[in-house]
Design a protein around this ligand. Structure first.
Ligand code: SAH
Ligand code: ZN
Length: 349
């Protein structure tokens, strides 16, 4: 178990050895939605995940550049989903009531996308800044009255924000923090930018859901990290912060909302110890268990392709319903093309 991962060689968080446990083959960018003329000209990446033997962070063993993943033309818009609009509207209200109600508070969102969360904050008049590198979706947020900085968030961006706006009472991120390969630079930036009692709240896909729910379609080029409570706690500690709370969320099949603060600034909730014990029991940092998961993923692939092949041989037509990024993983890993599923329907972008 000490072979360095091909591609990265070492853990992105602690530089320890990463051992690959699942290879999903060559895959294109999951959210690119290429036009017919671009098919065949896309860049491919070997999509594989490994476990860091030191800090237990599960991560891709290779990644493309952040500019490649988040070009100005990046098209995913969170507001396209009614359940996302409801969820983030409620989250904004909750932050306004619990953290942003005294003095002249300031909230920063990392990866504000089309403003799905910050729209309500902007309407309330609270000082805010969305950091969103993808120009097209950033413009959609700006058109809703959201203040946006069109940059990648990292330690340098955090310093610039601090100089210009002062410290942040809340830093928020959703489905973005696991997308950022330099997690160390991000956490240093968070530590520099937070007020003394400030909190960093982020909601991300959960390795527990992926493994116990066989949700291997969560694995795609944008998801660099597959967090657990244990690996997030270790990363926070390494960069001078403390994980103080975790909550389970129903989004994307089961996510976790993490709350991080300066060490000792806020009480640590009992939910943390409970979640750590449950993870231990589920074997989320156990290499043997992760290899068994990989075997099960390959069995699912074989069964699915077998079923589709039989149906096609019987002259039955199978169509796809919904074209999320996750479908890219399934179709490319399983080798499902138009001969098995002639087309997929979704609402226009
Ligand atoms: N928060 C929304 C959007 C998630 S999509 C939701 O939960 O649905 C992820 C977003 O993060 C994209 O809009 C992408 O452009 C942005 N992003 C990626 N890397 C980033 C970085 N380093 N700093 C800030 N935003 C980033
Ligand atoms: Zn590590």
């Amino acid at each position: 178990m000490s072979r360095p991962a091909p591609g990265i060689g070492a853990c992105r968080v602690c530089a320890g050895p990463v051992t690959e446990f699942l290879d999903l083959g060559r895959q294109p960018s999951a959210n690119a939605f290429p036009q017919a003329a671009d098919v065949g000209r896309e860049e491919y990446l070997r999509l594989a995940v490994g476990l860091c033997e030191c800090c237990t962070m599960v991560q891709l063993t290779e990644n493309s550049s952040r500019e490649h993943r988040y070009p100005d033309t990046y098209r995913y818009q969170a507001s396209g989903s009614a359940s996302h609009r409801d969820h983030f509207g409620r989250q904004a209200q909750h932050l306004l009531e619990t953290e942003l109600h005294r003095g002249d508070p300031f909230i920063v969102e990392i990866g504000c996308n089309d403003g799905v969360m910050l729209e309500a904050i902007a309407k309330s008049g609270v000082r805010h800044l969305g950091v969103e590198p993808a120009r097209q979706v950033a413009a959609v947020a700006a058109a809703k009255g959201v203040s946006v900085l069109t940059e990648f968030f990292d330690a340098a961006t955090a310093t610039a924000i601090l100089r210009r706006h002062g410290p942040a009472d809340v830093i928020f991120g959703a489905n973005t923090i696991c997308h950022i390969d330099d997690l160390g630079s991000l956490l240093r930036g968070v530590r520099d930018l937070l007020t003394d009692r400030g909190i960093f709240v982020f909601e991300e896909p959960y390795l527990g859901t992926v493994v116990t729910g066989m949700a291997f379609d969560q694995i795609y080029d944008e998801h660099i990290f597959y967090f657990t409570v244990r690996s997030v706690r270790e990363a926070a500690t390494r960069f001078g912060l403390e994980l103080i709370n975790v909550e389970r969320l129903p989004l994307h099949g089961g996510e976790i909302r993490y709350t991080i603060a300066r060490p000792g600034a806020r009480p640590v909730t009992p939910a943390l110890a409970q979640a750590l014990a449950a993870e231990n029991a589920a074997g989320l940092a156990d290499p043997g268990n992760l290899l068994r998961f990989a075997d099960a993923v390959r069995r699912v692939r074989d069964e699915l392709v077998g079923l589709l092949t039989d149906l096609a041989a019987d002259g039955r037509l199978v169509l796809g319903y919904g074209a999320p990024a996750k479908a890219t993983t399934v179709t490319n890993f399983c080798g499902i093309g138009p001969e098995l599923v002639p087309f997929v329907c979704d609402s226009p972008l």
